[in-house]
Write a protein that binds this ligand. Structure first.
Ligand code: COA
Length: 432
């Protein structure tokens, strides 16, 4: 049978596609802006037909209707990274959170959370019958290799990304066509505080460095201050519109990378249509599964790897909390520790934790004597290098506990420094 005949045979409505999910199944869903929204909506509409379906998902972009209280008994969410629409379900005991490094999610699916079904979001097939996974290759490609059933939403608007992002029609089980714009994430407004943080981070970046950046105002602010650098490279779990600007300006060339020179290596993308148009059929952007991109030993094959991530709290020892506020789980480790480890292994690598000095409208300091009760350490004091706020750069690597505390107090918000200095004097039995 030709792939075209096979495609037509597998073609069905969204409703029929999700009818192949059975009670008790574990369903792994493509995440971030690669979320197959139409399949998810159809699945939720069909909720009455299911009992105890486990939804394994990472970054949920939409409203995550499967997490609503009325869905209890039909769906139970097992989150690998919490966000605005999924936190409440876990907080209220209607869902679970599994702590896992992003690089290990494919292995988690292979060894422990075997997917009965994977819901994917792909381009229409090319002339050889290959669909591209587009903006989210990360764990979806590995999930498609181990799931019992593969259901794909085929969407003409999904950019056809290159790299290891393809799946052949013969590997899909049910196909539902549904064209809708890919979810867009508008660049955030950048405040003065974020600008100052961006400038401080940029002072640690040199020509020829390879960067890992997250999403949000801080990474965007860093990019603003890189316009005069030369031959930067990208090896990052994700990137956004700001990177496109620097590629077009000739600042990011990837020329000096040791691994995949000439290419930006990434596992998922989030941004606006500008980014999606840029990556469409673009061999400069090399999409790979997350157990490759985020593997610390792969990351470290690039010399001069600089990772920039954000966090919630740092204590005076340099312990970094990134995914919880006290007992409340707010996100997940994502790729933070993968890249911190990779950067530490990279020759002349550097890892930066960048954050505003305060949270909650200036009411609390993010630099604290002790982390909040119940909070979990994300990046240990052994791995942390630089902490950056709008007040400067604290260099912690290979420093004593006293030196670390002094460095950190020096970049805390001035309103909180007297209290931190008092704590320093009590703990270290010496004058600040
Ligand atoms: N004390 C109390 N509350 C705090 C706090 C603190 N020290 N720091 C942050 N918060 C609260 C904020 O007020 C906010 O609450 P709200 O949602 O009710 O407004 C919430 O925590 C999130 O903080 P915010 O500063 O808006 O987060 P962000 O969107 O900038 O994300 C992280 C910051 C740390 C949560 C995010 O970077 C993360 O999850 N990191 C780990 C994953 C990672 O690094 N991945 C690799 C890169 S993709």
């Amino acid at each position: 049978m030709s792939w075209k005949d096979e495609y037509n045979k597998k073609l069905c409505s969204l409703k029929e596609a999700v009818s192949h999910i059975k009670s008790g199944d574990r369903v792994v869903v493509a995440h971030a802006v690669g979320e197959p929204s139409a399949l998810l909506d159809a699945m939720v509409e069909n909720a009455e037909s299911y009992k105890n379906v486990e939804i394994v998902h990472m970054v949920a972009m939409g409203s995550a209707k499967y997490c609503q209280p009325e869905m209890a008994g039909h769906f139970r969410h097992n989150s690998l990274f919490l966000g605005g629409s999924t936190r409440k379900a876990v907080e209220e005991g209607r869902g679970d959170f599994t702590p896992v490094y992003f690089s290990e999610v494919p292995n988690l699916l292979r060894t422990t959370l075997h997917p009965n079904v994977v819901l994917m979001h792909v381009t229409p097939p090319d002339e050889h019958g290959y669909c591209s996974l587009g903006v989210s290759v990360d764990y979806t490609k590995p999930a498609s290799e181990v799931a019992d059933i593969r259901i794909a939403q085929v969407n003409k608007n999904m950019p056809r990304t290159m790299g290891e992002s393809f799946i052949h029609v013969s590997r899909l089980d049910y196909i539902a066509e549904h064209d809708a714009p890919i979810i867009e994430l508008q660049p955030p407004a950048i405040s003065d505080v974020e600008q100052a943080i961006g400038k401080n981070c940029a002072s640690l970046i040199g020509d020829g460095d390879t960067l890992q950046l997250g999403i949000g105002a801080i990474p965007d602010a860093v990019l603003l201050f890189l316009k005069d650098k030369k031959d930067l490279g990208i090896h990052s779990e994700m990137f956004s519109d700001g990177v496109v600007e620097l590629v077009e300006a000739g600042v990011i060339t990837n020329r000096r990378k040791n691994l995949h020179p000439g290419k930006s290596v990434v596992t998922f993308l989030m941004g606006t249509k500008r980014l999606y148009d840029y990556v469409n059929n673009n061999p400069e952007v090399h999409m790979m599964p997350v157990d490759y991109v985020n593997n610390p030993s792969v990351i470290a094959r690039n010399d001069n790897l600089v990772s920039i991530n954000s966090c919630v709290q740092v204590d005076l020892l340099g312990q970094v909390v990134s995914a919880s506020v006290g007992l409340k789980q707010i996100s997940g480790v994502g790729g933070q520790v993968d890249f911190v480890r990779g950067a530490n292994l990279s020759k002349n690598g550097r890892t930066i934790m960048a954050m505003p000095s305060t949270a909650q409208g200036g009411k609390v300091s993010k630099i604290v004597p002790l982390i909040d009760t119940g909070a979990a350490v994300t990046t240990s004091r052994y791995d942390v290098n630089y902490v950056v706020t709008e007040y400067g750069v604290a260099k912690l690597k290979y420093k004593t506990l006293r030196e670390r505390a002094r460095e950190l107090i020096g970049i805390a918000h001035p309103d909180f420094r007297p209290n931190l200095a008092e704590e320093y004097e009590k703990r270290f039995k010496s004058k600040f």
